[in-house]
Design a protein around this ligand. Structure first.
Ligand code: ADP
Ligand code: MG
Length: 376
């Protein structure tokens, strides 16, 4: 059954699966253009193995996100006591914050098999039906980028999530019949960078939603220290702090910067990652004090220099930096907003005074549009 193979395709192992869907053509470009950037929150194409080796395997190893961890613990424990699969879980948040890791941890904590696919890989409802009917009792099905699932497949998912049932259509035209099939109870975990793009009916069928937020510097220091131990890198506390403060609140970036600094320490120093070694290394890789990457800098630069600080619509801004709107919104803006550099207002994007300062410029004295702009 080819549909089953397709639906089962591991997103990380099969980029072709992503390319095949006509409405997601942007995806390979997004990745390709970001591979160059050492501080991109998206995984580079050759990072799959190293990421897998650094992934926390159990909830107790998962750094930060204290609230999400505590809530999940309760959800999982109560499900195990009742001997029932837990409610479906939705994980939302920017790339690189640990959604895939957490999904795998949930399966590990439940002692349940883990099946991984992605929204763009499920092109037809039949693919999804084949996948769902193959699930065993209590299995965990992870659908990454669930907001990009094709509509007919999404509709099939409603009934599957709610009643553990699917209608499989057999035949074509007037002779077609729907054959209802029972499914084994399973837990769906959906991950999305864009919770706002999920349809209401899909969102409502998740019993538990966790919003992952950027990590603070002490949390990132713990991520880096843990990874250094796993990689056998010698690292001082100050070295960890230096890397943490430039990691854009993102564990994936923290781990990548650690590896780049380690390389530098081995070649140019005695192999120990100290604060001065980290500073020198990160200067070589063009990572600034805030960890802004090429796209972040391009967005700020366009906003301030071309549009006088805004307000400007996101589509105009995306054209100005030569990126998809989706990339600007999902990859660059969350951190720029969080860092107080950019504001999203009803009239468009606006540069905050800190953005001007970061570019070495003086903000105009009458802040663009005045304070009322931020009231809404
Ligand atoms: N809370 C965490 N603790 C430790 N490492 C983490 C944590 N979150 C993410 N990581 C690291 O960051 C990498 C990327 O995480 P991942 O789960 O793939 O993020 P996402 O799916 O949200 O893009 C993982 O390989 C893991 O090593
Ligand atoms: Mg992921």
């Amino acid at each position: 059954m080819t549909g089953e193979n397709q639906a089962r395709a591991d997103v990380q192992a099969s980029p072709e699966g992503v390319q095949a869907s006509p409405d997601v053509e942007a995806s390979p470009d997004v990745e390709a253009s970001s591979v160059r950037d050492v501080v991109s929150p998206l995984p580079a194409l050759d990072e799959t193995d190293i990421e897998a080796s650094l992934r926390p395997k159990r909830l107790i190893e998962f750094v930060g996100q204290a609230k999400v961890r505590e809530q999940l613990q309760v959800v999982l424990e109560s499900a195990m006591r009742r001997n029932r699969p837990p409610d479906h879980v939705l994980l939302s948040g920017p790339p690189g914050l640990g959604k895939t890791s957490l999904a795998m941890i949930i399966a590990a904590e439940l002692g349940a098999p883990f099946r991984l696919t992605s929204g763009p890989a499920i092109e037809r409802a039949g693919d999804l039906a084949a996948l769902l009917t193959s699930l065993g009792d209590g299995e965990v099905l992870f659908i990454d980028e669930i907001h990009r699932i094709a509509r007919p497949a999404e509709e099939l998912l409603y009934m599957a999530m709610e009643d553990f049932r699917v209608d499989v259509i057999v035949g074509k035209g007037p002779g077609a019949t729907a054959i209802p099939l029972e499914l084994s109870p399973f837990t769906l975990i959906g991950a999305t960078t864009r919770a706002g793009l999920l349809t209401g009916p899909l969102r409502d069928r998740f019993g538990f939603t966790a919003h992952m937020d950027f990590y603070d510097v002490p949390e990132l220091e713990r991520v880096i220290t843990r990874s250094a131990q796993l990689l056998g890198v010698r690292l001082t506390d100050e070295g960890a702090a230096e890397i943490a403060s430039r990691s854009r609140g993102t564990p994936r970036i923290a781990n990548r910067l650690l590896r780049r600094v380690r390389d530098f320490a081995e070649v140019r120093a005695d192999g120990v990652v100290t604060a001065p070694v980290a500073q020198d290394a990160l200067a070589v890789y063009d990572v600034d004090e805030m960890g802004l990457d090429r796209l972040d800098k391009a967005v700020l630069d366009a906003l301030v220099r071309r549009f006088g600080g805004g307000p400007v619509g996101v589509s105009t801004l995306a054209v100005a930096v030569g990126e998809e709107i989706e990339t600007v919104e999902e990859v660059a803006e969350p951190f720029l907003v969080r860092a107080g550099l950019l504001a999203r207002t009803p009239r468009g994007r606006v540069a905050m005074p800190a953005a001007w300062h970061h570019l070495g410029l003086t903000p105009p004295s009458a802040a663009v549009g005045g304070p009322t702009l931020f009231d809404a």
